[in-house]
Design a protein. Sequence first.
Length: 158
Amino acid sequence: MAKFRKNKKGGQPAINTASLPDIVFMLLFFFMVSTTMKEVDLKVTVRAAEATELEKLEKKELVTFIYVGVPTKSFQGLFGDEPRVQLNDQFASVPDIQSYIVQARDAMKEADQPKMTTSIKADRECPMGIITDIKQALRKASALKINYSAAPKAEMVK
């Protein structure tokens, strides 16, 4: 009979990495689903006005936002404490609104362009003159669907 020898040089068997791609893709999918992306870093303080008759916007991708308020503390040294307009992540002036709206409209599909809504998120203490100037600039840009963002009014307890 032949003798079988054990090979002592083998050591530990290699780790099976066949399921590693599955685990990586499962983690990737989990983080993609559970993570939300912040759209805009607010550089102005916006305390929404309160209202009773509110409607929720259905398609948020068709909404373009204009923020109006006093710059935050970190920007007050540079921009002062008067209400300012913020478009995306930058401070802007009222004449810049027209090109901003045209640019936002061009980024949309052609079928969605007539459905575009401009939402003004203004601080409750913002002077009405700035809002009127913004509305005039929107009229020049043919953005006639305007929405004013507001918070729900708290119910009075009796």
